[in-house]
Design a protein around this ligand. Sequence first.
Ligand code: UD1
Length: 354
Amino acid sequence: MLVLSIVGARPQFVKAAAFSPVLRRMGREFLVHTGQHYDAKMSGDFFRDLALPEPEANLGIGSGPHGQQTGAMLVALEKVALDIRPDWILIYGDTNSTLAGALVAAKLLIPLAHVEAGLRSFNRAMPEEINRVVADRLSDLLFCPTDTAVTNLRNEGITEGVHRVGDIMVDVVRTFLPAAQALGDVPGQRGLKAGEYAYLTLHRAENVDPPDRLRAILMELERLPIPVLWTVHPRTRGALERLGRWEDLQAHPTLHLVEPLGYLENLAVLRQARLLLTDSGGLQKEAAWLGTPCVTLRNETEWIETVQGGWNRLWTGGSLAAMLEATPKTLSPMPGEPAAERMGEILQAALGNR
Ligand code: UD1
């Protein structure tokens, strides 16, 4: 079995780090990095820290408007796929790299498998939502992490090839938590006390690109009564510079802005936080599995189970400080089911049945 796996952005490197070893044990993998993320802190450091195999190809596409970025990926990925003629093209999540991989597979009639299929925010203004809807429509195997994801697909008329397999992010956390714990007191190394700081990540286009929205979020963050460790994504840094807040925030008394963290440091900081504030999808779940309360800085979430179970609340305006006050200090961890082994077995079995 030869699998052409496509990654390009930070959350995909993490998932591939858990699934690649399984794929390479069961068959052969050709790992392609589209180059969507390229800074050392956003890409190379992840490959090193997570012992991800060096990609067999790096397409070096980089940033750009959606059409340009996705189009360049299509051209380059098509060449690779024609060259190696894989049994499967495997895509992760909902980025532009996911969309490009899906389109190339469909055009070349190469069977397509989608990890994290069936997630929906029902907000078509999000670029990720478009990517998911198209990727799922075109996939032959749809690996769903939740029952909600299976239901979402059924509601769109997609029932064939759908498998509820568990969540690859559970494999990720189980694989890397021991190494994260071995890092010691990561919050302390940054002048923070365990259980007494909020951990913030913010990068969604809809949160950081409109200046009014970013200003409103900043106002709430500055009113929080505890220190905030803020790992700043390059998109957000650009937005803060345009807003004229980048310089003064460097010396802020409670908001501690730092560069994007490596994955292990990220887990260590998340585990010890009083509260996670985020618009990331993966972090909402990681927080729940670690028993760290989360407030999601969005109007909706694809991970509705985290909200239903009391691990996560949506911030839809109003006082973040009041939400912090109402947050319990400890939560029991959300149960989770790993996915990698089952996904590998299903890929192999489906190949045998062709
Ligand atoms: C992308 C995904 C998003 C995912 C996120 C994870 C899409 C549409 N969005 O968003 O779903 O949650 O990755 O981080 O695919 N930049 C750098 N260095 C880098 C990468 C980006 O400076 O290594 C800057 C560039 O200015 C770029 C901007 O960040 O224009 C946005 O990058 P892009 O890859 O377009 O989207 P993300 O916001 O990272």
